[in-house]
Design a protein around this ligand. Structure first.
Ligand code: SF4
Ligand code: SF4
Ligand code: SF4
Length: 308
């Protein structure tokens, strides 16, 4: 009995508090999406076994503070039954976070919540040499700061101006916050090096001339917040959810087999030649493309130079 309770206590979703006689219990909530019934269930558990308070975390989960360890077994069972099992915190794949994506946000290019749930099903809680945080966002506005996570996923659109009469109305210029579009000789012209591939111009043209040449998922690696924050590096782009799942699994495999425990993943990637690491990973994922940072992109073949 004691042994089993000790086992629960060692799980990542159970955190010993400053007062070591108490624990905080963190739940698993992929994309932070919970039904009202689940919220009521968590509230009832917090009332009965905690102090009636909960804490919403930066990783989109909920914590129940001040739980007596003697009640852990019951709390864990009740959370499981509620559809909100205990989460994770140690060196494992922890709660996967996401912005609302196409479900609600008018800027979104991808279905982030759906993808977060798929990734959660495949990877949540996997024990790793280092903690793996995964964050998704639907566009380069990056509301969930994906590039400050070990793995980030960002929905992007590469725009193209299709054949048709551009009136030079300037609507796309107005909507582009990066000053990546200018009107020259009465028609719009794109500066690829300034374009962050947000897709706003695609939605802005009343004449429907601007289309998405390439809707894709940018995958970044090696970011982190905390004591030594680092911005993740652009690794590869893929074109659909299956490929994202496949690619993220390959990255997780690599970390599992090759990373050292006790050291930040960002530092370990620093010691590699990143270009070689990127090539190795891209080769493992059919149809993936190496990510090309801004300023180094070639213009799409189908376009007249400097036009879109
Ligand atoms: S990252 Fe983009 S899609 Fe997601 S919430 Fe922010 S603005 Fe919307
Ligand atoms: S996709 Fe590029 S050009 Fe279009 S609005 Fe965004 S940054 Fe500007
Ligand atoms: S591409 Fe469309 S929105 Fe942009 S200037 Fe031409 S007509 Fe206007």
């Amino acid at each position: 009995m004691m042994q089993r309770e000790f086992g629960i206590h060692m799980k990542g979703g159970v955190i010993t508090e400053r007062n070591p006689d108490l624990t905080t219990v963190r739940i698993r909530a992929p994309a932070g999406a919970l039904s009202t019934d689940q919220l009521r269930g968590v509230a009832a558990i917090a009332k009965k076994y905690g102090t009636g308070m909960v804490h919403c975390t930066t990783r989109q989960t909920i914590e129940i503070p001040h739980v007596d360890p003697a009640h852990l077994k019951t709390v864990v069972a009740r959370l499981e039954k509620n559809g909100t099992p205990i989460g994770s915190e140690k060196d494992e794949v922890v709660n996967i976070i996401s912005c609302p994506g196409v479900e609600r946000c008018k800027f979104a290019n991808i279905d982030t919540i759906h993808l977060a749930k798929i990734l959660d099903k495949s990877l949540f809680g996997k024990v790793m040499p280092v903690k793996i945080r995964i964050a998704l966002c639907g566009c380069p506005n990056a509301c969930t700061s994906p590039m400050l996570n070990e793995i980030g996923i960002i929905g992007r659109i590469r725009p193209i101006r299709t054949e048709g009469l551009c009136t030079g109305c300037g609507s796309c210029v107005y909507y582009c916050k990066e000053n990546a579009i200018k009107i020259r000789n009465g028609i719009s012209e794109l500066n690829e090096d300034k374009c962050v591939q947000c897709g706003m111009c695609v939605k802005s043209c009343s004449f429907n001339l601007v289309k998405s040449l390439h809707t894709h998922y940018l995958i970044t690696v090696g970011g982190r917040r905390g004591r030594h924050p680092r911005i993740g590096r652009e690794l590869m782009t893929v074109e659909n959810e299956d490929q994202v799942l496949f690619a993220v699994n390959r990255i997780i495999d690599w970390v599992y087999r090759r990373a050292w425990s006790g050291r930040l993943l960002s530092e370990q990637l620093d010691e590699l030649e990143f270009g070689k690491f990127r090539d190795e990973m891209v080769k493992k994922v059919p149809h993936a493309e190496p990510a090309v940072p801004m300023g180094k992109r070639e213009k799409p073949d189908t376009l007249r130079p400097a036009h879109f």
